[in-house]
Each structure stands twice: as C-alpha cells, then as structure tokens.
Write a protein that binds this ligand. Structure first.
Ligand code: ADP
Ligand code: ZN
Ligand code: ZN
Length: 743
C-alpha cells in the first residue's frame, strides 16, 4: 500500500472527511489503520496529528501533489489511539468499512450543555443572621420576600436555587440583593447527569467464603504481578459471582484503574444496578438503551474525565473511554445479545479481549452455563478457569424432574400442563407459595414436530431442523437440501405433526382456567412495553400480588423471588428445533436458568421440565443441572460436524435487486473463492431463509475452516474483487464471522 487516508478530527460528523497522503518507503510495511501520524497540513504545511483510517494502492488525486506522512506517533497510551486501533481490528476481523467501525467505537458527540447546579450558601453566622433579620423587620415597610429568605436560611444554610425561586417563590433579584450584601454566596457546579441519584451507601460487605476467596486471590496476585489475561468464572447460580466481580473491581480501583461491567440489557434491572451503587457509590454510572444520545454522551464524558470509575451497561458500554482501563467484566457471557446485529457484527467477548490487550487490562467472563466456545478455550488454557461450585450457605439446587409429554397424550391428557405439574401447582397454591411457568418460545420458526413421537424433521446432512418456507417445502439453511412438507410423521406415521405454536397469552388463559382461584400474571414482550413495564410486573410478583407468573425467557434471568418454590418449563424442547447448530446449547442454558429460579429462599425448590424429547442430551443434562455432562456431549457433536468453536464459520450474505444478477453474482463469488483457495469448505450459494426482503434478493454462502485468519483472507479477497468490479456496484455483501443467528 502506497497511500493512506487520514482523518484529522475524530468527531462523529467529521469522520467522513479524510485527506490522502503518500506513505514514505521507510513506513510502508509498518503503517496500519488506527495509527496516529504527524502530517503536513494546509498551505503553511503546519505539522498536525491525525489518524490513519484507510490504506490504498491508488492515489485519488494527482500523485505529484500528494504530501508525505512525516512520522508515526506512539499513542499506545492515549485513549483515542486505543479506540481507533480497536476499530481497525474490528474492521479487519468482522468485515466492515473503517468508517462503520469508527462509528461503533467512538461516542457520538451530542451537544448537551452540562447542567448548572446553583446553590445559595449562607455566609453569616447564626447570630449575624438573626441580627440582620431583626434589622430588616424593625423597618415598618420591608420586603416580605426578604423576610422569607431570612427565615429559610435559618432552617438551612445551603438551599438549591430552584427551591428558593420555585418553591419559596422568592425572586432572583432578592437573592442577588443578598449576594451583594454578602449575606450569601451563589455556588455554581457543572454536573453531568447522573442517571441514578438516590442510593444508600455502605451495603454490608460479607466475609468471602473459601471458594470465593481463592479465586479473588488468584486474580489479585496475577494482577499485582502485571500478569493480565482473560478469566472464565464458571459459577453455579447463587454462588457469588457478582460478589467476586465487585471484589475484583475494588482491587482494580485500588490500583487507580477503572472497570467496565457488561450485563445483558434484560438483566439491567434496578436490583443489579443497585448492588453496584451500594458498594461503590457515585463512582458508578450506568448506560442503557432507554437513555438519550446526550445522556449517554454525558456518561462517556464523565468516564473520560475520571469522574466515574465503573460503568455498568450493555454491549455498547464496552467502548466507554476510560483512559486507565483495568478490567472488563462480562456477566452471563454466553448471552447471544453480546453479538452485534449491525455491521461490524462484532462479538463483545472477543472485542473486549482485544480492547483489554491494547489497554493492558484483564477480562473476566462469568456464567453458570458458559458458552461452549469459552469453556473450550478455558480447558485449552487460552482462558484461565475459575470455578465456584457451591451455592452460598450450602443452599441446595432445586430438585428437577423431566416429564415425557408423549405419555400425557397417550393417557388422554391434552392439556399443556402435565398431570404431575398440575398436582404440584395445586400443592403450592394451597401452601401460598409461588409458581413460575416458563414457556420456551424460541424456535417457533417454521419447524415441524410430531406430538406423538416427539421427533422433529431434520436435514439428513446437517443435523439441524428443516424449516417450512412459503413454497410449502422444508428447507435446510445450512446446505440447501429441500423436501416436500410431509403430511404424516416420517418416523411413526402419526398425523399429529405441525408447528408447535403457543403464545404466552394463550398459556395465561389456559392456566387461569385450570386454576380458577389463582392470580395469574403474564410477562412477555407485549406486557412489558414502556419504560419500566417489566420492573412493574416483577415488583407485583415480588410483593406476592400474584400466585403464578407466566412468561418467556424474560422471567428466567437473574431475578430472586424467595417465595417461588416451583418452576415449570412448558415446552422445553421448542428451542431444540431452531435451525441453528447452537440450539442444544441455547436450550441447556435456558432450562438451567429456569430451574435455578426455584428455591432461592429458605424453602427447597422443585422444577419440572416438560418435553417431547426426553432422550435428548441437552434436556437430560439440564435435568441433572450438570454443565460438564452437557459440554462433553456437545463438543463431540461440534467436532463431528465441524461447527464452531472447533471450526470457524464465515457467512456471506449477498443482496441484490435483480434476481438474475443475484444468482449470477453469488455464483461468481463462490467460483472466485474456490479458484483462489484450495480445499476450501464452501456451502452454497443458496437462498437465504427469507429469500427476498423489500424486493432485494438474498443469497448466502458459508465457509467453514479451523483457521480464523484464513477466513479473514477470503473476506479480503472478496472485498477487493467487489471493489475492482463495477458490475457489483449495486450488490451489497455482508460478512458475518461465527454467526449467532443463521440467516
Ligand atoms: P451469582 O452472581 O453467582 O448468582 P451473587 O453474587 O448474586 O451470586 O450471590 C448470591 C447471593 O448470596 C446474594 O444475595 C449475595 O448477597 C449472597 N452472598 C454471596 N457471597 C456471600 C458471602 N460470602 N457471604 C454471605 N452472603 C453471600
Ligand atoms: Zn412421530
Ligand atoms: Zn443440510
């Protein structure tokens, strides 16, 4: 590469404005995107700094007029330098333009004035105040509002400006008068919005138990030796993971560093956030998707200034511009929301590890059901494994039973609630204990399953479920295999096959009919609209205003209800049928979390898993609440099928307005890849699950390989091919590495 594009002002709006420079020979193999450089600028060739955001072979302007880069600045300690390098890394590893990557990483500058907080502060002693007051009222005609202000100041020697002008109805002039006489001073503070203002400090700190102490000490001793790395904290629910995060954060803060804590948006509840506030006070701030851009920017600004030391938020909080980042915690690291839906389709775990590497920080990934990817890396020694295997105060995990729903049908019970679960619910209601019913709604996407034998229609080549398309045929999203939609079950001949679609609303209705004396509450997307919809429902349930809570996966995340002693998972196997190689992993995670909701209080919990596939290892292992049992089976399957994390996968989505062109071009891209790379494992091109959206035709190509960098190389070749061929100017190609959702 002989030329580079440099941006001299890294504010969001100016990113598109780049200047091209020539790369001198001495820098030609060193300069990469994200580096800070010194360049001659303007007429006078003033030396200024800028960031390299692109490299190219061809000059855009007259070659002789291009100036040369003077030198590279070592900016490894500057926060902007780090974030821009991170953007460069994201561009290379996930496929996007540098601009898209920069816009993801750099905070949007929204003009938001800092809030001026004015306080009126008394300057006089109590006695002087009384004297002045007496002087005032001794005059026959005196201002009533002055009198009132004196009286107010006797009660309180610091009063917010608004309280005086709005509540006490005293004019600004009166206050100014007091200021002129030096009775008071007006203190002005610029504060940035703090999203949470009411917190009580000094939550009691426990003595860590032996297991917790062991892992925290391991972390601290590594940290103090400057040995930063990535840890996987695998701890059963209620083992004290959060307590350990806080202990580690406290240590990192004592080393004058800052910390980022990522938690899934859905778990960003008052409960969790308050735990951090109570421990760390106003050193903490939060981010969430309900905040305005200006509010978010304020938090970033406070972080940059060092006003806060800890930020708690969802995926995007990863880019908080702490200059002294020391630790990134990712709670529930297995959650799929950590993968971005937008280009660049980055994964927060990998990106956090890279950010930490650039900053000289550590990463702690925590989960009760680690992703197969993370656990494999931990076993291989790539991550450091920390384990918490017992619940605090030896509270036992819930008893779990699996109920075979095929038997229910054979015995004439057509209800969605098995006889066993029915009896248990009756029992809990009579004892005034609460019940949670979890409906697994994931995977309703056009799968066919048999209610008699429990089998789902699967691809003979890929071991993933087939999905029903509009053409009334069943399709495999991995290899393109199709068959006609069968009318009877190919396994047992039963006619009772179909999509098992039952919504939460329906379940609520049926449950109310079966238990007419119970109060039933429902929580799903529909009932939680609005700012705090879901907290309101949870609060009601916590206050025991309902006996049964019916809901989707929303109800299984991190809420503690001490009076819940029974959890029922109604359609446990639904998520097994998602046409995705991760469906077993998802099912296991959801069920384990659901089961973990029972028995958080003093009474022992019970859980019922209802399923049509009682022999499936994901179901059996969740019944046993045995992660390792699940992992050992699942990793064999991934190895056999060459699925991630054993192998990597690159998905290319090729979109074009013209159907013929879409066919021809996706074919040409596949041919190009095959001709340039020997032994490439390529599937497709084939129609995406949704073949056409808004009249745009969609084709997909999959490539699997053990070597991630090999896939990056293929992406680079395709990208270059698209740039060099004008025919592709109206074709949009997206790259997705190790996709979370199959298209
Ligand atoms: P996790 O994040 O693994 O689910 P938490 O950190 O939320 O676990 O801890 C579960 C519960 O146990 C919390 O209510 C917490 O306050 C309490 N707890 C954790 N560690 C201790 C300890 N060492 N002593 C007493 N209580 C503890
Ligand atoms: Zn069948
Ligand atoms: Zn297939």
């Amino acid at each position: 590469m002989d030329y580079c594009d440099v941006v001299v002002d890294i504010s969001h709006e100016k990113l598109d404005k780049t200047f091209q420079y020539k790369i001198p020979d001495k820098l030609s193999n060193i300069l990469i995107e994200g580096m800070q450089v010194v360049i001659p600028f303007g007429r006078g060739n003033r030396e200024i700094t800028g960031y390299v955001v692109g490299l190219s072979e061809k000059p855009l302007y007259d070659k002789s007029k291009l100036k040369e880069v003077i030198r590279i600045v070592d900016n490894s300690t500057s926060i902007d330098g780090q974030l821009i390098k991170l953007a460069g890394w994201m561009k290379r590893n996930y496929g996007s333009t540098m601009n898209q990557a920069l816009k993801t990483v750099l905070p949007i500058k929204e003009k938001s004035k800092p809030i001026e907080k004015k306080t009126v502060v008394l300057n006089l002693t109590k006695q002087e105040l009384i004297d002045e007051y007496n002087t005032l009222i001794s005059r026959s005609r005196h201002s009533i509002s002055k009198e009132r202000l004196f009286l107010a100041l006797m009660e309180d020697d610091e009063i917010p400006w608004e309280v005086i002008t709005k509540k006490l109805n005293i004019s600004a002039n009166t206050i100014r008068d007091f200021e002129k006489n030096s009775f008071v001073t007006i203190r002005i503070e610029n504060t940035y919005r703090n999203p949470v203002t009411h917190f009580k400090q000094n939550e009691k700190k426990f003595e860590l138990n032996e297991e917790q102490l062991l892992i925290c000490n391991r972390f601290k001793s590594d940290y103090s030796a400057g040995d930063f790395g990535t840890y996987l904290l695998y701890g059963v629910t209620g083992s004290g993971k959060t307590v350990c995060y806080m202990e580690m954060i406290e240590y990192v803060l004592s080393c004058n560093k800052s910390a980022i804590v990522l938690i899934p948006e859905i778990a960003l509840t008052y409960q969790t956030v308050m735990r951090f506030y109570n421990r760390f006070g106003d050193k903490v701030s939060i981010l969430n998707s309900r905040m305005s851009k200006a509010e978010r920017f304020d938090q970033f600004k406070r972080a940059r200034n060092g006003d806060i030391k800890i930020i708690v938020g969802p995926r995007s909080a990863l880019f908080t511009p702490f200059c002294d980042l020391g630790l990134i915690v990712i709670d529930e690291e297995h959650e799929s929301t950590y993968k971005s839906d937008n280009v660049p389709k980055y994964h927060a775990v990998q990106t956090a590890i890279e950010r930490a590497r650039l900053a000289g920080a550590s990463v702690v990934l925590g989960s009760a059901t680690p992703s197969i990817d993370s656990y494999m890396k931990a076993l291989r020694g790539e991550y450091r494994l920390l384990k918490l295997m017992s619940r605090v105060s030896d509270k036992a995990l819930a008893d779990c039973e699996i109920v075979d729903m095929r038997n229910e049908l054979r015995s004439g019970n057509t209800s969605i609630i098995s006889r066993r679960l029915h009896d248990l619910i009756e029992d809990r209601l009579s004892r005034h204990e609460q019940v949670m019913l979890f409906i697994n709604r994931r995977g309703m996407l056009g799968c066919l399953s048999c209610r008699e034998c429990g089998k789902t229609l699967k691809c003979p080549h890929c071991d993933v479920s087939l999905s029903l398309h509009r053409d009334n045929r069943m399709h495999c999203h991995y290899c393109g295999y199709t068959i006609d939609k069968p009318n009877v079950c190919p396994e047992c001949g039963s006619k009772r096959i179909g999509g098992f679609n039952i919504g939460t609303e329906k379940v609520e209705e049926l449950v109310s009919l079966e238990f007419p004396n119970a109060n039933v509450l429902r929580m799903d997307m529909d009932t939680t609209k609005g700012k705090s919809g879901h907290e309101a429902i949870l609060e009601k349930f916590a206050n025991r205003e309902a006996d049964i809570l019916v809901g989707t996966q929303m109800i299984v995340k991190g809420h503690d209800f001490s009076n819940v002693t029974l959890v029922g998972a109604l359609a446990a196997d639904m998520s097994l049928n998602i046409p995705d190689y991760r469906s077993g992993e998802r099912t296991f995670q959801l069920l384990t979390q659901a089961v973990g909701r029972a028995g958080r209080g003093d009474k022992k919990g019970k859980a019922i898993i209802q399923t049509y596939e009682p022999d499936n290892y994901s179901i059996i292992a969740s019944g046993n609440q045995d992660y390792e049992e699940f992992y050992n089976k699942e990793i064999v399957y991934r190895e056999l099928m060459n699925y991630p994390p054993v192998s990597h996968m690159l998905l290319m989505l090729i979109q074009s307005e013209d159907e013929k062109q879409s066919d021809g071009q996706s074919g040409a891209i596949a041919e190009l890849i095959k001709s340039r790379f020997d032994n490439v494992k390529l599937l497709g091109p084939q129609d995406a699950a949704i073949k056409k959206i808004n009249d745009i035709y969609r084709k997909i190509i999959y490539i699997k390989d053990k070597d991630y960098d090999f896939l990056v190389e293929i992406k680079d070749v395709v990208e270059k091919y698209l740039l060099d061929n004008n025919d592709y100017s109206k074709t949009y190609v997206f790259f997705d590495f190790d996709p979370v959702n199959m298209i």
